[in-house]
Write a protein that binds this ligand. Structure first.
Ligand code: GUN
Length: 306
């Protein structure tokens, strides 16, 4: 039986380690502060942002929530970011993505002060990542490395395959794995014979955003499978196919009208992997924990505590 990589447990561990650091900052007269900018009403983004703010509250981190309308222009959002850049009580700025299509996302990310960029998305911090220099790392990729580290899963010398080439997950996690001395392949929709490439992976990271696309023929027996996807299956027949008519899962579907699944078929991962991350409860909680880590680290730098 594979071991489940319990993201909730590791998140709690990380949060308890942060508490004394937050207390030390508070003792200096100022708790860390995170500004979260949520444009419009994307339902998934609303849930993520709510969880981020709740995590701040748990830790005693000050949070400012800014919720401009869906119709905001690039210039208006730039002005808002620039105000946050100069606010002394704000150590971290997070602009929740995706942004509405009229907004130039690259210009917005470039406007965030690099020292307040708790997402690690500013080109300066992407450069720091590429050069293996200190700086904030993107939260989901950093969370994946933290999960592997805390479960003592070796990375050096392993063959890692990352499926997905996004700026948020695929590219940065590939670089972090490379810095940990894995041999890394990044795959995407144009990769020929994707299952064969994935089957070479000792560590397989799925970050494609397609419900249960990674099935048994993609997984080498004994592989470590990291599932970054969060997809909602709303079609009962699809749920039945994914879960091979499991009465329990279909009862859950009937109750809620949908099921949350990752990019990996969980039954196939359970059968073949040595370790795997469940959805929910795997990578997701680590993303928020690493956002808290980045916010506290930013506050420490800005107050001269480290
Ligand atoms: N949207 C999905 N993931 C993320 C993330 O890690 N940061 C931000 N800002 N937006 C996201």
């Amino acid at each position: 039986m594979p071991q489940i990589l319990d993201g909730n447990r590791i998140r709690d561990e990380i949060k308890s380690e942060l508490k004394p650091r937050v207390a030390a900052l508070a003792a200096q007269g100022r708790a860390p502060g995170l500004a979260v900018v949520l444009v419009g009403h994307n339902p998934a983004s609303e849930i993520y942002v709510r969880n981020k703010i709740k995590s701040c509250q748990d830790l005693g981190i000050f949070s400012a929530s800014l919720t401009p309308p869906e119709s905001i222009t690039t210039e208006e959002l730039l002005a808002l970011v620039r105000q946050l850049n100069v606010r002394p009580d704000i150590d971290g700025i997070l602009v929740q993505l995706p942004l509405p299509k009229q907004v130039d996302t690259k210009r917005i990310l470039l406007a965030v002060a690099p020292e307040k960029d708790v997402d690690g998305f500013h080109p300066c911090n992407v450069g720091n990542l590429v050069a293996a220099l200190p700086g904030p790392r993107a939260c989901t990729p950093a969370g994946i490395i933290e999960l592997l580290r805390r479960y003592h899963i070796p990375i050096a010398g392993k063959r890692a395959v990352v499926v997905g080439r996004s700026d948020i997950v695929g590219k940065p996690v590939a670089l972090l794995l490379l810095h940990e001395h894995a041999t890394v392949t990044i795959c995407h929709s144009k990769t020929p014979d994707l299952p064969a490439v994935c089957r070479e992976a000792d560590i397989l990271v799925a970050a494609i955003g397609r419900a249960c696309m990674i099935t048994r023929d993609f997984i080498k027996p004994g592989a470590v499978v990291i599932d970054v996807g969060t997809n909602r299956v709303e079609d009962r027949d699809e749920a039945a196919r994914i879960f091979r008519n499991s009465a329990e899962r279909l009862a859950a579907f009937d109750k809620r009208g949908n099921l949350l699944v990752g990019d990996v078929n969980p039954l196939d991962a359970a059968e073949l992997a040595s370790f795997y991350t469940p959805v929910p409860g795997g990578v997701g909680p680590l993303t928020i924990a690493m956002l808290m880590v980045n916010t506290v680290a930013s506050a420490e730098h800005r107050t001269g505590l480290c």
